[in-house]
Design a protein around this ligand. Structure first.
Ligand code: URA
Length: 261
């Protein structure tokens, strides 16, 4: 196996474990290659390197996010507030701020993890390969971002190399996520993938255990909506054999919605 194939396989393995809720830390890495030492690659022209150094403490940025989110009285206001927010270190390495797509005030809200490469180029959530699968999954239960779904993420900037967002990155975005839920006031939330579900539910339990069970989610502002954790579509692209379990989750969503009508 060539080195790049090995690295690709290891990356996929790490991503798979992470999606399954296994804490792999930095993950396994490729065996050392016996190459002559090389100078570090300088950042290429125009490449932005994420800065983790902050001018303020995390708690202060979180407080700023809280105040800015609370001041927003509409989803468009909130989008502008997120675009102006400078407290998330992911912002420095991203091309676009990816906030939401779909119908404002839609009864269903899908909350994923964060932008990937395509989203970072386009500026909208779930528009790459995983997004196409998400659209198909939603269509199977008569849902679509064109009519009755609002789609967002628990972070608003693409993590470098598509790694999972870190705890501080999730924490500074969280006041915006909660305010978005309050302003959209969904009948039901679908959280896509382990990162989203674990962050929203503030738990270390993995998606394998969380998925398929509706739980009530209450924002700090007091809005409560049922939340269904399910697999991330990117995980299902890697593990199509789990699509039947995701299908069961979607049927439970549909039954819940039918019962609310
Ligand atoms: N994965 C996510 O979790 N969100 C996106 O917007 C795209 C891919």
């Amino acid at each position: 196996m060539s080195q790049s194939a090995t690295e690709t396989a290891i990356e996929a393995l790490n991503a798979w474990w992470r999606d399954m809720g296994v804490d792999v830390g930095e993950g396994v890495s490729a065996p050392p290659q016996h190459k002559p030492p090389q100078a570090a690659r300088p950042a290429s022209k125009g490449e932005r390197v994420p800065q983790r150094k902050r001018s303020k403490r995390l708690e202060d940025w979180i407080e700023d996010a809280r105040q800015s989110a609370a001041a927003a009285t509409s989803l468009t206001d909130l989008k502008s507030a997120i675009e102006a927010f400078e407290g998330c270190p992911l912002r420095a390495g991203a091309n676009k701020t990816v906030v939401y797509d779909g119908i404002e005030g839609a009864p269903i809200m899908v909350i994923g993890e964060g932008a990937g490469g395509t989203e970072d180029q386009v500026g909208l959530p779930f528009v790459g390969k995983a997004g196409k699968l998400l659209d198909k999954m939603l269509a199977a239960i008569d849902l679509s971002r064109a009519t009755n779904v609002f789609i967002t993420n628990v972070t608003y900037w693409r993590p470098p190399g598509n790694r999972n967002p870190e705890a501080d990155e999730l924490a500074v975005c969280r006041p915006f996520v909660d305010r978005m839920i309050e302003l959209n006031a969904p009948k039901l939330i679908i959280s896509a993938g382990g990162v989203s579900a674990k962050s929203l539910l503030n738990t270390k339990t993995g998606i394998m255990k969380l998925r398929g069970k509706l739980v009530d989610y209450t924002t700090p502002g007091g809005l409560t909506a049922p939340l269904m954790p399910t697999f991330h579509p990117a995980y299902l692209l890697r593990r199509p054999q789990d699509k039947s379990r995701a299908w069961r989750d979607l049927l439970a969503v549909k039954a819940q919605l039918d019962g609310m009508a």
